[in-house]
Design a protein around this ligand. Structure first.
Ligand code: FAQ
Length: 332
């Protein structure tokens, strides 16, 4: 007996044809998911599960790599040697996260080269947040505090993702993200308690990064194409709106502790709901950024394409070196 790939999101123009799955295999797969078993690379999985994971993991990997750019911009201008060392370590960590994530995606039968080609061709997404500029040193604090803070809120549940290689990569990534979040908060703490000009700089960074950070969690649940199936297959453990709410509830008291104001006049504590109510997110800005019209989309893609070209000789030399060793081993 056969059935359609259950509950796939509505097909979009250019989307792959839905695959007809074997009902018995699908039933066994879903029973394993329900039993909290990890799915491993050689296990049977529905085509839609594989496709969703390749899409999400590769977008995540691209985000880590593109995410190195806004902070990399401040390595040469960090205000002290110690801050410079910390920032270099953080940016290197992001590169490492990208590398684990590309490896996790490769276990699903796609090559890293293909994924990078998609990024450079502009056909793969990366997180909207990295299309915003870093104008002052306080932006480095705001990225660590808010962007890494949002990343952790999203990624801790991914440590329990049903796909083994992604879950294991996330466990390591989350440990490092937690250090990143603290270093960002530490920068904000210093600035918020510094001179009036430093405090203004911190407030300005919060004003500019608050709303884009909320957009990192993705569109509202009512518009999210992938959430229903991803939650059912335990790729995502929470919906976009649930994680956004947790992030706001967690972060608002931190802003208060800094003596900074969250730039949302509608923000208020709802005693009955035990959560913060917040103002409307400007989703037209989010969609513009996704379409390539954010403040830095062009600059980011140009930087990645230039880096790819500049690294071409390294890749070619590494391949030639490996081929030489293979030939030598074959002749031995
Ligand atoms: N930006 O149906 P949904 C970091 C797309 S890592 C761009 O809700 P889904 C570390 C989405 O892909 C940050 N696109 O999708 C760091 C889909 O498009 P598609 C990255 C977005 O997958 C810190 C469409 O909209 N983290 O920050 C965004 O169920 C500091 C419909 O959306 C991850 O990738 C967005 N914000 O939920 C590095 C975590 N939101 O593919 C350096 C893993 C949505 O149909 C410095 N990913 N879209 O064309 C996830 O958890 C999920 O993929 C979501 C989106 C929650 C991002």
């Amino acid at each position: 007996m056969y059935t359609q790939g259950l509950a796939e999101p509505p097909a979009r123009a250019g989307a792959p044809e839905p695959v007809v799955e074997d009902a018995e295999q699908l039933r066994r797969f879903e029973a394993r998911i329900d039993a909290e078993e990890k799915i491993e690379p050689k296990d049977w999985m529905p085509a839609a599960y594989r496709r969703t994971l390749i899409r999400q993991i590769s977008q995540h990997a691209h985000s880590e790599i593109v995410g190195m750019l806004p902070e990399g911009n401040w390595i040469g201008r960090a205000p002290s040697l110690q801050r410079k060392l910390i920032l270099i370590a953080k940016v290197q960590d992001e590169g490492g996260h990208g590398a684990y994530l590309y490896s996790a995606a490769e276990t699903l039968g796609v090559s890293r080269a293909e994924l990078i080609d998609q990024l450079l061709a502009g056909t793969a997404k990366y997180s909207s947040i990295f299309n915003y500029p870093t104008r002052s040193w306080a932006d480095i604090g705001a990225i660590g505090w808010l962007v890494d803070g949002a990343a952790i809120m999203n990624q801790i549940p991914l440590c329990r993702c049903s796909y083994g290689p992604y879950a294991r990569a996330m466990t390591r990534v989350c440990k490092e993200e937690s250090f990143h979040q603290r270093q960002g908060y530490d920068i904000m703490l210093k600035l918020a308690n510094g001179t009036p000009a430093q405090k203004r700089m911190a407030q300005d960074a919060l004003d500019r990064w608050w709303w884009p950070s909320l957009m990192m969690f993705g569109p509202p649940d009512t518009d999210s194409q992938h959430t229903a199936l991803s939650v059912r297959w335990k790729i995502k453990r929470f919906t976009n709106d649930e994680l956004r709410q947790k992030f706001i509830d967690f972060t608002v008291p931190q802003a208060r502790y800094l003596g900074l104001e969250v730039p949302d006049p509608e923000l208020r504590w709802d005693e009955q709901g035990r959560c913060h109510r917040f103002g409307e997110i400007d989703w037209s800005e989010f969609h513009a950024v996704l379409k390539g019209d954010g403040p830095c989309n062009r600059e980011r893609m140009l930087a990645r394409r230039d880096a790819h070209e500049a690294g071409r000789w390294v890749r070619e030399a590494a391949l030639a070196h490996a081929a030489k060793h293979r030939r030598a081993a074959a002749m031995a």
